[in-house]
Design a protein around this ligand. Structure first.
Ligand SMILES: [Zn+2]
Length: 235
């Protein structure tokens, strides 16, 4: 069993690094995708802001057009009333309509002004958002270049480690032991082995019952940590 443990320790030396590099190879594209999504979200938000401002401006324009029509009608009624040839009943109806028109024009003007204010405020917001997006784009482009470089480095390192790893023979390690080791590498983030020292697992630091230490010292079987499952070795 001592030989198996030594061989596994040799593998572990490199597998630890391979695991780290693989994590890097996964993390970098994920981070890039996340940042890309955020950038797109920001762009969409800006586009929405532009749409809203455009909408509110057209609404204001519509109201202004409507007001212009009402003003025209009001002027016509004023002219008619001032001619002096209108009978009393018609004059009263004109006056009634003129009062109504004035009220409506005033309301419409208020409403249009409010919309223009909203549009102006939106425009300020758009300018700020455009500035932010521009800045974010610069940062993102830098990040993108860095990710590409880092990924290239990670890939090169991975190839190097893989070559090194291929030189190490796993011959002489029983298949079931090798499988257990590989499984633990995966689930224990690149650390499949643990030293048992002073009655404690040096990976998870749990206190280990004495009989387990005795079994390990006997050297006839593979002994795992009862807490983290890692394969024990000791010097
Ligand atoms: Zn443990």
């Amino acid at each position: 069993m001592q030989e198996t443990l030594q061989a596994l320790q040799g593998l572990q030396q490199i597998d630890r690094h391979i695991f780290t590099v693989q994590a890097e190879q996964r993390r970098l594209p994920e981070e890039l995708a996340e940042r890309t999504a955020k950038m797109e979200e920001q762009e969409t938000k800006l586009q929405d802001m532009r749409t809203r401002v455009h909408e509110v401006r057209s609404e204001a324009k519509e109201i202004e057009d409507l007001t212009a029509g009402m003003r025209q009608r009001l002027r016509k009624l004023e002219t008619e009333s001032n001619k002096g040839k209108v009978d009393a009943a018609l004059l009263m109806s004109y006056q009634h309509e003129m009062r109504k028109l004035k009220r409506n024009i005033s309301q419409a003007e208020d409403e249009a002004l409010k919309k223009i204010d909203v549009g102006d405020a939106g425009e300020v917001g758009i300018t700020a958002a455009e500035g932010q997006l521009e800045l974010a784009k610069t940062v993102f482009e830098e990040f993108e270049v860095n990710v590409a470089t880092e990924l290239e480095e990670a890939n090169a390192r991975f190839d190097e480690l893989q070559t090194e790893r291929n030189k190490l023979s796993a011959d002489g390690i029983e298949t079931n032991h090798l499988e257990l080791y590989r499984r633990l590498l995966e689930i224990r983030e690149g650390e499949a082995l643990a030293e048992l020292l002073d009655g404690h697992c040096q990976a998870c630091f749990v206190q280990i019952p004495k009989n387990i230490g005795v079994r390990l010292a006997r050297g006839t079987e593979m002994v795992q940590c009862p807490s983290c499952d890692r394969i024990f070795y000791q010097y």
